[in-house]
Design a binder for this molecule. Sequence first.
Ligand code: G3P
Ligand code: MG
Length: 250
Amino acid sequence: MWRYPRILAHRGGGTLAPENTFAGLKRGMEFGFRAVEFDVMLARDGVPVVMHDPYLGRTVSGAGHVFDYDALELARMDAGSWFGADYRGEPVPLFVEFAQYCKANGIWMNIELKPARGFDRETGETVARITRAMFADQIAAGELDRVPLLSSFSLASLEAAVNAAPELPRAFLMSELPPGWEPLARSIDAVAIHTNHRHLTLALARAVRDAGFGLFCYTVNEPARARELLDWGVEAFCTDRIDLIGPNMA
Ligand code: G3P
Ligand code: MG
């Protein structure tokens, strides 16, 4: 079912560093995390960058959409000042460099495909292709527990990932499981369901696991709730509070 680490730092280093930055990864490592969730979308030139919002302004100084800029332009922008003066100049990471850093440091990745509107297929195809090339040796050796897991709210992105790199595992990400969740997840041959813990019930958790899928929740920030979800059979989750919930809690 779930062959991966069970507790992940959300968006790099949760809320202890600017999200989706190298500083976040380093903060996560300080707290013992070697597993991370982060968001990826395409810049104007089709090069993937690590970003959550499809527009600038909240975490990156500036204005406009991510797809208004080439990746190297974004990489020169400030993705740290919003969080604190100590992080001024922290760049928007290029996905390739971010993933290489994770691989080199033994950090397992849940890569969330976060397409800007209208770029679903391109995002899934590009990120899957790059990830497969980066992990070709692990795939060939059958070391599948070290290969990143691709997840997305976008079915089109996941379908494109299936076509581009069928060997990579995929998870269907749904805020709330709709009635037809199971055939949807099977349509992209998902290994896991990722869902918002706020909408999860014990009955749903059992249904997901009985159907043979792994079950992952986002974003769990209270230790008591984390314990409850684990008791329900939730196999893994990501957290913003890497200071309160350790990587070995499960
Ligand atoms: O991948 C789980 C979670 O990150 C999904 O929501 O908005 O934080 O990317 P969001
Ligand atoms: Mg995410």
